[in-house]
Design a protein around this ligand. Structure first.
Ligand SMILES: NC(=O)c1ccc[n+]([C@@H]2O[C@H](COP(=O)([O-])OP(=O)(O)OC[C@H]3O[C@@H](n4cnc5c(N)ncnc54)[C@H](O)[C@@H]3O)[C@@H](O)[C@H]2O)c1
Length: 436
């Protein structure tokens, strides 16, 4: 049985830790955030993810997972060290590698025998080789180790499911030596015939960015088309449906909305565009995707303001604040830009509710908006109701009740989850994104 230390116990590190423990390894999740580690020791997940807490407690009870802030002891104890710390965006769009470089230093200082270092964090091409050098420079005794790039493709909101059912596992190495250990820790997936892609470090690093950028570009394509439909009168829903019927295109990621957000697409598109410029091979499609997605967030706010007519003395109700359903993550959520634009335009009040993201929202907006306890409290006395995140509980609203609670009758469906006629029949003025 391998002893695995995971450095960085966020969305990715915690999911990997819990997943690898479920596969039978002994796991020690490490983090510099004491509060997070204290919660985890008590079996409380610091993030909202389906099935996370249950699986976490099962592995704690069965003594396969532990939590600590003692990075040096953790590194010494482990055979395999996963790097899952954040790589957030810097002002210029490049990935901030300071956390991962710091973690690599700690690994170097504490090497005490052969170990495999596996990078799960999303890092630009060439980073794993840099990390290898940092580890070597910090290890005066020149212990042997191998570095592996194993990018993560999980989706927040279904992280646990995705860990156990990945479309593929990408493994980048410099030599064959660490592959045996990787195959063993992922044995259940290997036996399950999950496709494994074995390649070099640079290719593995780039596969991750290529995947996210392609998906971001696909969303942006349909969002631009939705704007065109708003202007021309065509129906983007029908267009997306027909497009998706083409097997070469597929229906996934063809849902118009207020722009993509979250901790990955925005930063990974910017980081790949930045890296490509450094290599003097600008990726123009990606650069345009970044710009167009920003525009889409403002476009969503403009749509709400246009429906309101005049912002003065108007109250806006927002349903959903997280960047997508089934997560409490608000990083780069479109709701942030929408709220800022609405406040700048001078609306009287913004009332909002999200099933999971209220705590995070309070940290961002403080007393600038009114926090409600459910969708019907949001509707009370507002001039317009805008659906920002498509949580399941917003899919079947009692429209008559909403209408009777509201002051106005405008319904802005930024996720196109309602049939326009159904909403209009309930007495609303309806606008979706690319449909009316
Ligand atoms: N969140 C996702 O959906 C997702 C999906 C795929 C890949 N990724 C990538 O995975 C990486 C991690 O993302 P995340 O969303 O889990 O981040 P996160 O912010 O949720 O977690 C990162 C954790 O690392 C900890 N940390 C920072 N420096 C540390 C150090 N020196 N030692 C130990 N811990 C340290 C932080 O305290 C934090 O708890 C990023 O590169 C991200 O791009 C994220």
């Amino acid at each position: 049985m391998y002893k695995i230390a995971v450095l960085g116990t966020g969305y990715v590190g915690l999911t990997a830790g819990v997943g690898l423990a479920s596969f039978g390894s002994k796991v020690l999740c490490l983090d510099i955030d004491k509060e997070k580690i204290e919660k985890l020791k008590k079996g409380i997940s610091p993030i909202y993810e389906a099935d996370m807490e249950e699986l976490l407690n099962k592995n704690i009870d069965e003594k396969r997972i532990e939590f600590s802030t003692d990075i040096s002891e953790g590194v010494k104890w482990a055979d395999i060290i996963f790097l899952a710390v954040g790589t957030p965006p810097k002002e210029d769009g490049s990935a901030d590698l300071s956390y991962i470089e710091e973690a690599a230093k700690e690994i170097g200082k504490n090497l005490n025998g052969y170990k495999v270092v596996v990078t799960k964090s999303t890092v630009p091409v060439g980073t794993n080789k840099k990390l290898k050098k940092i580890i070597m420079d910090n290890d005066p005794d020149n212990h042997e180790f191998d570095i592996v790039s194993n990018p993560e493709f999980l989706r927040e909101g279904s992280a646990i499911h995705d860990f156990f059912h990945p479309d593929r596992v990408v493994i980048g190495t410099e030599s064959g030596r660490p592959i045996e250990a990787i195959k063993k820790i992922y044995r259940p997936l290997y036996l399950n015939e999950t496709p494994f892609v074995f390649t070099d470090l640079e290719t593995a690093e780039t596969i991750k960015y290529a995947s996210n950028c392609f998906l971001a570009m696909k969303i942006t394509f349909i969002n631009e088309l939705a704007r065109f439909c708003d202007a021309s009168g065509a129906n983007v829903q029908t267009i997306a449906k027909a497009l998706g019927m083409d097997g070469r295109i597929s229906p996934k990621f063809l849902h118009p909305g207020p722009g993509y957000g979250g901790s990955c697409f925005p930063k990974d598109t910017k980081a790949l565009a930045y890296t490509a410029r450094k290599f003097d091979t600008p990726l123009k499609l990606i650069e345009t995707t970044v710009k167009s997605n920003e525009e889409q967030k403002h476009y969503a706010a403009k749509k709400i303001l246009k429906m309101l007519g005049n912002a003065k003395n108007k109250r806006v109700g927002l349903l959903g604040l997280s960047f997508k359903p089934e997560t409490d993550d608000m990083r780069d959520s479109s709701a942030i830009v929408i709220i800022e634009d609405l406040l700048r335009a001078g609306v009287e009040e913004i009332k909002a509710f999200d099933p999971q993201a209220m705590e995070n929202a309070k940290k961002i907006f403080k007393d600038k908006i009114t926090y409600c306890t459910d969708e019907y409290e949001v509707a009370k006395d507002v001039d317009i109701l805008a659906l920002v995140t498509e949580w399941n509980q917003f899919r079947n609203l009692d429209l008559q009740k909403i209408k009777s609670l509201m002051k106005g009758n405008a319904f802005c469906d930024l996720r196109n989850i309602y049939k326009p006629d159904e909403v209009k029949e309930a007495g609303f003025i309806y606008e979706g994104v690319g449909i009316r």
